[in-house]
Design a protein. Structure first.
Length: 198
């Protein structure tokens, strides 16, 4: 008989179905916890009541879009640090920052969604205290060394870093922040300072 499920295999298939249901419920519960944790971060950073937050989001479709996209990304990530960055972008929109710089917030949000916390650590190292020596950069990199170049590529694809053109025979491993990379880093620092002041 060519049937995938043969009579003797029915209990095995039932347990696979039950296991799949258990996985689904586990994932759903985890995402609910992550959504709740993210909402708590937004509430803490915004300093507004539930009613005020709801009113701002309902009254402004651009804010609703940014907050909604940040929420969806926060539910998907297991990283608390990434959820916090997503909350910072959402709070910037909620506080009215979006009315003047909607496009910038859309780009900032897209960048935060695309990156992992290790990328941000690398970006900070490039932007603040890197002298151009790739060994020095690798020493500040928190992840395994073989992941450094893929991370640098990710920063380049996000428009945050670039490699200046090299002369033949010159150093090939040199990265710098782009103007957008500098703006992204400034946004992170500004929101860190605002968070520390509150």
């Amino acid at each position: 008989m060519n049937s995938i499920v043969q009579l003797g295999d029915v209990p095995a298939w039932i347990s696979v179905g039950t296991g799949a249901a258990g996985l689904y419920l586990g994932i759903r519960n985890r995402r609910q916890q992550q959504a709740t944790a993210w909402a708590a971060i937004v509430e803490e950073l915004a300093g507004l009541t539930d009613l005020e937050l709801r009113r701002v989001v309902e009254d402004n479709p651009v804010v609703a879009e940014i907050v909604g996209r940040a929420w969806e990304a926060a539910v998907e990530t297991a990283s608390h640090d990434k959820r916090r960055l997503l909350a910072k972008v959402a709070v910037a929109a909620i506080r009215g920052y979006a009315t003047a710089q909607v496009d910038e917030l859309q780009f900032l949000l897209r960048t935060v969604i695309e990156l992992d916390p290790a990328h941000v650590t690398l970006l900070v190292a490039i932007g603040h205290d890197w002298s151009g020596n790739v060994d020095q950069l690798a020493a500040k990199w928190p992840s395994p060394p073989h992941l450094l170049f893929p991370a640098l590529s990710s920063l380049g694809r996000a428009g945050l870093t670039s490699q200046p053109h090299q002369l033949v025979g010159g150093p090939a491993e040199n990265w710098r922040l782009t103007s957008y990379g500098r703006r992204f880093l400034n946004f992170l620092e500004e929101t860190d300072e605002a968070e520390a002041a509150s």
